[in-house]
Design a protein around this ligand. Structure first.
Ligand SMILES: [Zn+2]
Ligand SMILES: [Zn+2]
Length: 269
């Protein structure tokens, strides 16, 4: 694999749902074994979270100090990124955070819908599977159309991880109209999509989002795509990249994106 292709999604022990042993240093050590020259850390910030585990804002003065300390004795460029949880009432607050610190890369992710947690199943109560998925995509559409304080849209179709359904897949045609409006809005705002490989580790047998979504994104003119493992353990850093690159090629892409100082650069795949 081209060593310039950077894993754009990873969590350290600053994220409360990550391995307490996963430090900046453990990722740097793993990067050395892979020959990678640059790391982008994207720990969670989910303001006003209904789930306690996410409701711990990061002290970025401390975080940046720790990052710089780690970088001091290494050959590596360590970049400040964030996975910023979106809820409709957080537009200004999220933007203010990204402007207050020198972030190089911002993922916008939806972990909570209508103030309810996807993870604990609250969001799914009283809805059919199709209704829950459709409502989730409508919330993504609101975000894509009305918010631009980010670089890539995180794990679109992440909802299928949750809800406890036997068959978690969905028919693209059931939600096609909404999904294509989401993609069009992302493209119109010059933002990008994330391929998130964690679905493979969650037993879904696929990355997020599906090939159909990435084909539609390409057809509608989408160019910016980052790949991220969403590692919460150092061992998962860069996992699933072969599958993600294959999916990108199958969708018609011949480049992948890396971000530096919030600006996209394109790398041939
Ligand atoms: Zn996420
Ligand atoms: Zn994540």
């Amino acid at each position: 694999m081209n060593k310039k292709i950077i894993d754009h999604h990873m969590h350290t022990n600053y994220s409360l749902d990550a391995d307490p042993k996963a430090t900046f240093k453990t990722y740097v050590d793993k990067a050395k074994t892979l020959g990678i020259e640059r790391l982008i850390f994207t720990d969670h910030v989910d303001f006003d979270s209904p789930a306690e585990i996410f409701d711990t804002p990061i002290d970025y003065d401390l975080y940046i100090k720790d990052l710089n300390e780690t970088a001091k004795n290494e050959q590596f460029q360590l970049s400040l990124g964030v996975e910023l949880g979106y809820q409709p009432h957080l537009k200004e607050r999220n933007k203010a955070l990204t402007e207050a610190y020198p972030f190089e890369f911002v993922i916008s992710s939806i972990h909570f819908c209508d103030g309810l947690d996807l993870y604990n199943g609250d969001f799914f109560k009283g809805k059919t599977q199709k209704e829950a998925y459709q409502r989730y995509f409508e919330i993504c559409l609101e975000a894509a159309e009305n918010y631009d304080g980010y670089d890539v849209f995180g794990h679109l179709d992440y909802i299928i991880r949750y809800g406890g359904y036997q068959n978690r897949r969905y028919n693209y045609t059931d939600h096609e109209e909404t999904i294509e409006k989401i993609l069009a809005a992302i493209i119109k705002n010059s933002k990008g999509m994330e391929i998130n490989t964690s679905g493979i580790r969650y037993g879904l047998g696929m990355v997020h989002p599906t090939l159909e979504i990435m084909k539609a994104y390409k057809r509608l003119g989408g160019k910016i795509v980052t790949i991220g493992s969403d590692a919460h353990y150092t061992k998962d850093y860069y996992s699933g990249f072969d599958e993600a690159l294959q999916l990108l090629k199958d969708a018609g892409f011949d480049e992948v994106t890396v971000f530096e100082q919030r600006k996209p650069k394109f790398i041939k795949i």
